[in-house]
Design a protein around this ligand. Sequence first.
Ligand SMILES: Cc1ncc(COP(=O)(O)O)c(C=O)c1O
Length: 423
Amino acid sequence: MPTAEQTTSASLDLTWARAQFPSLSQTVNGHPAVFFDGPGGTQVPRRVIDAIADYLARNNANTGGAYATSRNTDRMIAEARAAMGDFLHCDADEIVIGPNMTTLTYALSRSIGRELRAGDEIVLTLLDHDANFSPWKALEEKGVKVLTAAFNPADCTLDMQDLARKITSRTRLVAAGFASNAVGTINNVAEVVRLAKQAGALSYIDAVHYAPHGPIDVQALGCDFLVSSTYKFFGPHMGVLYGRREHLSRLKPYKVRPLTDNIPNCWEWGTLNHECIAGIKACVDYWEELGRRAKPSVESRREAILAAHEAIRPHERAMLETMVGGLLAIPGLTLYGISDPRRFDHRCATLVVRVEGFTPLQLATQLGDRGFFTWDGNYYALNVTEQLDVEKSGGFLRIGLVHYNTMEEVERMLAALREIVKK
Ligand SMILES: Cc1ncc(COP(=O)(O)O)c(C=O)c1O
């Protein structure tokens, strides 16, 4: 089955990669299940499932105790933190683990809000998921002024001039997404961070959607905070936040008294989901092995993660080109976002469409019956669906590709969509 991919991305061992994910071999109504729902949450490799089960079977305990299972838990969490440090390119003590991106963002925004005064400004974007919007918008309660940067409706790219205009000496924080979970646009986050820094403002980057598609280097980016969710890049349902050490140390978390004042633990509330943290380490192990198979010469874990991205990029690109070409040929279909293949470096393989005569829910249901898992609605990118005037009519149909998908799945999906639309 993966022969087509092997010609376009020689170093990705797709057969091996797919074999790691037990869920990919399921069927629905006799059709092979096709997981185009990655933007809502990806599937997990066997080792993640095993790590979660193994933790519960052998080491289930709370942290900081003077006995074996508790010590093993402490060690396991430290290993997961270090692994995430390599994934994002920072130190382990700059990694805060939490239930999900939204919770981490609310927690951090409350603490940053403690330092803000009436008249201070925050700049957000209309391209972002609401989890990088509403937590900041809530600071209006304190008299903070919130400004929003627009996006260009024609190609759904961030209006960088508008963003630059809105960042001034009054700006205290700029929050922006690395990539849109709706229209797939990859933003120029390096420039967003530069503009924020130039104005003396903090930068808060939502990398939830970008993480399965491209390498993240918080040091090269120079951002102050970056947040992601491991369940979007083949790990368990958890969130991780990078915070620059100086900020994590200086800012005051809301916390219970007995909790340590040491970073990063002072930012982690209550007892975390330890079994899923074991899964986070296993998830990074998967990335590492994918990379080592793609490029056996790599030495460090970080190099292996980068090699994994190098290997999946051409594969995702080839599927994206075929999917976009096929979608655009379907009568009555509108594709939102960048559609010119020459600009595909600026988008992920996440596509939203509408088809005349069908609601997104009708399309998703009919595709679902045929085994294709897609999403309909706004996926919490509420400003995007409102700006593009599709919110009241069901949002979009979203098709999200990740590296475990195949060209054959893309072609079958296009055939299914053509058949549905013709009826
Ligand atoms: C771009 C983006 N940001 C934030 C979130 C929220 O993530 P979580 O579910 O971890 O809170 C999502 C979830 O879909 C997302 O796609």
